[in-house]
Design a protein around this ligand. Sequence first.
Ligand SMILES: CC(C)(COP(=O)(O)OP(=O)(O)OC[C@H]1O[C@@H](n2cnc3c(N)ncnc32)[C@H](O)[C@@H]1OP(=O)(O)O)[C@@H](O)C(=O)NCCC(=O)NCCS
Length: 211
Amino acid sequence: MAERTEFRIRTATVADAQSIVDAFDSTLPYLASIGSEGQWGLVPFSERPGFLDDMAKSLEQARVWQETHEGDSNIIFAAEVVGPASTEATVPAGFAQIHEDKFSEYLYKQANIQAVDLTKLSNFVFLEVLLVHFGTGYHKGAGTALVQHVKRYGLEKGKDAVYVDCWSGNNRQLVGYYERQGFVTVEDFAFPRENKTPWIGTLLRMDLTKA
Ligand SMILES: CC(C)(COP(=O)(O)OP(=O)(O)OC[C@H]1O[C@@H](n2cnc3c(N)ncnc32)[C@H](O)[C@@H]1OP(=O)(O)O)[C@@H](O)C(=O)NCCC(=O)NCCS
């Protein structure tokens, strides 16, 4: 039986910005290989203007929020493998970004969710970003470990739910992944894009009140 990788999860810092961008880049060949290039496109994130700078700013803003609780709530968790192959090295395995009591702006503005009034929801964690680093060889299961960590974080904070949204194209495979993690679909949505077909997605919810 294959050994299960043990992940250490910590809060990411500005020093992780490049590693996070590398992880984003590493997902694109994987997504293309499963026919999901429509999810995040084909242009490497490292080549998207401002992406690295915005990531560094977001990590800095996260530090300020965690220290002072001023500004938007924002935490990025890093999953890593410590000392693989008997070395002292730490290998990045994945990242998750969360916000408390706040969704991404596009969900409020463009997603046209009917099932719930997002502006009236409170006491939740929103999982905005989840990704593994396909380039380091230790990614398998890092996403699940991060989802479990986010769930524990929500429980410790007394939150009622964790929400996530994801691309629902390519036969809803990613929706299926989140359902296997314990999320339940709230509603499908589509938002328009200039000169492109709409981006289709699904909002999902994990109930923490019965956990
Ligand atoms: C989604 C993700 C975080 C899951 O990581 P994980 O918990 O370590 O998952 P595993 O490696 O155990 O894979 C779980 C299965 O999910 C499926 N899956 C993962 N990402 C998927 C995606 N974007 N679309 C469709 N299916 C996906 C695969 O079928 C995979 O099965 P496989 O082992 O046969 O390849 C990771 O696969 C990833 O980073 N994917 C690309 C980026 C992404 O889609 N992030 C989610 C954005 S909302």
